[in-house]
Design a binder for this molecule. Structure first.
Ligand SMILES: C[S@@+](CC[C@H](N)C(=O)[O-])C[C@H]1O[C@@H](n2cnc3c(N)ncnc32)[C@H](O)[C@@H]1O
Length: 282
């Protein structure tokens, strides 16, 4: 299924009038956000580390020429790749519907496939390798932190012992059906270092973005959202202390915090856990 963009109207509202601005879309996916930015007169520099999104990117290139550039790299490289001047930055984090629905990628327990889960297949470590390489304690931490799995040590020991190589082998080891999706999610986040990526990228954005530049993040996981929330609180507080209230002389001002409407969540189940946060550099 084609990816349905989440919270797009709120992202657009938070960005304001984007005609003539240059926006870095850090998570191109199926290009739903990029297309909306281009249609409203912005130029777009899009990142995605998945090589499978090239077809949609080429489509936009054909339609919009110079106004659209695609960079097939992780967004954490935004600084070292020297992308040139830009105004605003947008992240729509996590995984796309195409990634989850492509059975061969190993993201889903609905399809039998090698236990892969790499967004960027040019990297080396798959989910099966991760289970093999990690210590039982580290694996338990991953399951607990990113999947909220209570019996994390039990599962870590089991996975180390059985070394599942396919999605179905992993699924069948998890006896409690309610734990299957969280275990898959936790391994995916670790394989792709999703929390490390966003932390590093936000650090670079803070250095690169100019006055009046806006940064908008859509998250789908509580830890991911906490990273964004605490970073933005630090930026919007003059003392750099996330526990203090925001202040007029802080380097950024908070624009908007939003979760999906009942309608959006009903029409697009992927949207249910989403949070959007936006700030502007003063
Ligand atoms: C939720 S989808 C984005 C959907 C997009 N906004 C749309 O409207 O079609 C997330 C995309 O971000 C990409 N992605 C996730 N982490 C990334 C990273 N660190 N660097 C580059 N791309 C990343 C994934 O490969 C995926 O295609």
């Amino acid at each position: 299924m084609k990816h349905i963009p989440v919270l797009l109207d709120d992202v657009l509202e938070t960005l304001g009038d984007i005609k003539g601005r240059t926006i870095v879309d850090c998570t191109f996916g199926a290009g739903g956000y990029s297309r909306a930015f281009l249609e409203r007169g912005a130029s777009v520099i899009a990142f995605d580390r998945d090589t499978n999104v090239n077809v949609d990117a080429n489509e936009l290139k054909k339609e919009y020429g110079e106004r659209f550039r695609f960079i097939n790299s992780p967004f954490s490289e935004i600084k070292q790749l020297n992308v040139g001047d830009f105004d605003d930055v947008v992240f729509d984090l996590g995984i796309s519907s195409m990634q989850i629905d492509n059975g061969e990628r190993g993201f889903s327990f609905r399809f039998d496939a090698p236990l892969d889960m790499r967004m960027d297949t040019r990297t080396n470590i798959t989910a099966a390798d991760l289970i093999n390489n990690m210590s039982p304690d580290d694996l338990a931490d991953v399951l607990y932190e990113y999947g909220d799995i209570k019996k994390s040590h039990f599962y870590a020991k089991l996975l180390k012992e059985k070394q599942p190589k396919t999605t179905f082998e992993l699924r069948d080891l998890i006896k409690n059906p309610g734990d299957v999706a969280p275990v898959f999610q936790a391994l995916r986040i670790a394989v792709n270092d999703e929390m490390g990526q966003i932390k590093s990228a936000l650090g670079s954005v803070n250095e690169l973005i100019g006055a009046g530049g806006r940064c908008v993040c859509v998250t789908f996981h509580s830890i991911e959202d906490r990273i964004v929330k605490n970073t933005f609180r630090k930026w919007t507080d003059v003392a750099g202390d996330p526990r203090l209230p925001t202040n007029d002389t802080a380097p950024y001002k908070l624009l908007k915090v939003k979760t999906p409407s009942k309608d959006e969540s009903e029409n697009n189940p992927r949207a249910r856990s989403a949070h959007m946060r936006g700030v502007e550099k003063v």
